[in-house]
Design a binder for this molecule. Structure first.
Ligand code: WTA
Length: 658
């Protein structure tokens, strides 16, 4: 029986605990029914929970595949996250409870954050950053990352956050694609006790980024050991964050920088993500619909209350950090824990130590982390008091029932509902998920669409599959959907709305799923050439381009293979140019080469040298067969191959190697 069949025979079901349901935001209302009756009216109601400068009168304009939401309204995202709270009882409430990996700590109240963001918005003004300008952010998980994002939103600049683990080249390409004017970075970050030299990486990127006029550098830890190794500061271009903030604070004027009135459809941010080509795409999110989607899902999926201490362990460089560390939780006035470092530093109970220290009540993480915790053993969570937890979340990849059950028992103490949330960079907000006080959960299933969201399982011709396996589709537009791909609207139409002929209204996320007799969705994973390694999206083509960039490599094919902890691992099949011989050193060199080109998350686990790659007679590499080899399965159909001998010898070689 395959893993899949096991997953689909999962028949455990957990009804929502009655005490949870009784206190939940959903108590006493049937928001599924309300939303089903009139989804647009439901979203309009959610949108009205935001603070608008000019209220909208239009809800949805849908010219498939382009949607506009609340298009005649104006608002500001930072004002929704800050101003409306500082005018009320949340003024002195902790907004961000931050802990650095070395153990340094900071708490910012809503008022503190409001002040910092206003000052930073003034800094942006002074550097000539205008509404619509793009700003790149390449920072560790420090409060300044949140301040930088909200500062951009305040002045109407479009931020493009680049994960701090990405390489200089990746940063350079992202800056150039959207022609960012300003880069915000830090002298360093910390990861597993190591210093990450962000500014030094940024300097390498900056050699080839003509659009950048200014660079702001945060001093991550003044006075820390090794502080003498200051990054180089280029006069006139580079500015210390603390100096600029100091000047803005002492300019003799009020610190307040009024929020820019943004049209609902004005851009809030661009976030690059991997697709099926070698070039990451800039996903475009706008202001009104995005804020509506993230605020509504944060409220109902995480059931956030004023007393909660909420912790999402994602990095701000990914969409989960954007939607569920910054915009969603701050829009609803939550207290958010933000942690800089790794879960196993200095010891494997770091996360549970943080949960205990701050009394975390809602915890949101990825299955890959849960599987690592399982492997490390129950002694680590058992050391700490986790009794304040009341709700757990999972995101980023399918969660296997075994990990779900472990999470439920050993972290949630058997009492906390688990919300397994399916969504994507492109969807902006959670799309398929339980509502914790309402939906009975099943280990391994993301359950049902969020109210106002419509999904279906379709076959390749677009026929609906009521029960069984198929392609996942979203069948109605939703407010937080991507609006386009930066600079490439054709690719937007092609990638997301051209899967089913003549149906430009159907969104194709690239995932396969099954649906059971209760109508629950079980997400099976990507059906395209996108890998999901430890919850991170990586395109096979990106890794292939990085490999063929090495002088020894003639051709490369990359596939994902099942990995116990990471979900998927990267396996690469490489043919060498003449004059180069396979060797252990070359294998290591190629792995490093990919890490340097893209970032450590893309470093292949396996590299197999081969004289040839299995191709069809028309010259197409048969990745399916390579996956069979990498996962040690019997080979599928090889009759269409130009030379079936190639794959047989590859298989033998692969098995021999392991
Ligand atoms: C996968 C992360 C199963 C899926 C928010 C999707 C999931 C891709 C889940 C998006 C889940 C995300 N269950 N699979 N709960 N959540 N995925 O853009 O394949 O980094 O297409 O967004 O992650 O990854 P992205």
């Amino acid at each position: 029986m395959s893993d899949l069949d096991v997953l689909l025979q999962e028949d455990r079901s957990f009804p929502p605990p009655p005490q949870f349901s009784a206190q939940a935001h959903t108590a006493g209302a049937d928001i599924y029914r309300d939303a089903a009756r009139d989804p647009d009216a439901f979203w309009a109601r959610m949108a009205r929970e935001l603070t608008w400068i000019e209220p909208f009168t239009r809800v949805l304009d849908w010219k498939p595949p382009h949607a506009q939401w609340f298009a005649d309204g104006t608002l500001n995202a930072s004002a929704n996250c800050l101003d409306r709270h500082v005018d009320g009882p949340r003024r002195n409430k902790a907004a961000i409870v931050w802990e650095g990996e070395p153990g340094d700590r900071r708490t910012l109240t809503y008022w503190d954050l409001y002040r910092e963001v206003n000052l930073f918005a003034k800094v942006l003004d002074r550097l000539g950053v205008k509404k619509g300008d793009r700003v790149a952010i390449y920072l560790p998980m420090i409060p300044e990352a949140v301040v930088a994002m909200l500062g951009c939103a305040r002045v109407g600049a479009v931020h493009s956050v680049v994960f701090g683990g990405f390489s200089p080249e990746s940063l350079r390409d992202r800056i150039n694609d959207s022609r960012c004017k300003l880069l915000i970075t830090a002298d360093r970050g910390y990861r597993r006790g190591q210093v990450v030299p962000l500014k030094r990486n940024a300097d390498r990127a900056l050699e080839e980024t003509p659009s950048i006029e200014n660079v702001i550098v945060v001093r991550r830890r003044p006075g820390a050991e090794g502080d003498l190794a200051f990054p180089e500061i280029v006069e006139g271009r580079d500015h210390w964050w603390h100096r600029l903030m100091h000047d803005a604070e002492h300019d003799g004027e009020s610190f307040v920088r009024e929020p820019e009135a943004m049209n609902a459809e004005d851009l809030l941010y661009i976030l690059y993500t991997s697709g099926t080509t070698g070039k990451p795409k800039g996903i475009v999110h706008t202001t009104g619909g995005y804020m509506t989607g993230v605020a509504a899902t944060t409220k109902y999926v995480f059931d956030l209350k004023d007393e909660d201490v909420y912790w999402c362990t994602a990095d701000i460089g990914w969409v989960t950090g954007h939607s569920y560390i910054v915009y969603g939780p701050l829009a609803v006035g939550a207290t958010c824990v933000v942690y800089e470092g790794a879960p196993d530093w200095p010891d494997k109970d770091r996360f549970w130590q943080i949960c205990e220290r701050y009394g975390v009540t809602i915890f949101y993480t990825a299955p890959t982390a849960i599987r690592a915790f399982m492997k490390w053993g129950t002694e680590f969570p058992a050391r700490r008091d986790l009794s304040r937890l009341r709700l757990l979340g999972s995101v980023g990849e399918p969660i296997n029932p075994e990990a779900w059950m472990w999470y439920h028992e050993h972290i949630g103490g058997g009492r906390c509902p688990i919300v397994d949330t399916w969504w994507q960079t492109e969807t902006g907000a959670i799309m398929i998920t339980p509502l914790p006080g309402v939906t009975a959960t099943k280990p391994g299933s993301a359950t049902v669409p969020f109210p106002g969201v419509s999904a279906a399982l379709l076959d390749s011709l677009g026929k609906e599959i009521p029960e069984g396996g198929g392609l996942l589709a979203l069948t109605r537009p939703w407010p937080s959907m991507l609006r386009t791909i930066w600079g490439d609207d054709d690719r937007y139409v092609q990638t997301y709305f051209s899967k089913w002929e003549g149906r430009p209204d159907l969104y194709f996320p690239g995932d396969g799923a099954k649906r059971d007799a209760d109508g629950y969705y079980w997400i099976l994973g990507r059906v395209d050439d996108v890998l999901n390694v430890a919850g991170h999206r990586i395109g096979t083509m990106e890794v292939e381009s990085a490999l063929v960039d090495h002088p020894a490599v003639a051709e490369a094919a990359v596939v994902g293979k099942v990995h116990e902890l990471k979900g998927q691992a990267i396996a690469a099949f490489v043919t060498l140019r003449s004059g180069h011989q396979p060797s252990g050193e070359l294998r290591d060199e190629l792995r490093e080469h990919v890490a340097e080109k893209i970032g450590a998350i893309a470093r292949p686990d396996d590299i197999l040298f081969s004289a040839d790659l299995p191709k069809t007679r028309s010259g197409k590499i048969m990745r399916r067969l390579l996956r069979d080899i990498a996962e040690g399965r019997a080979l599928g159909d090889t009759t269409t191959l130009a030379d079936p001998g190639v794959v047989a010898s590859l298989k033998e070689q692969y098995e021999h190697q392991e």
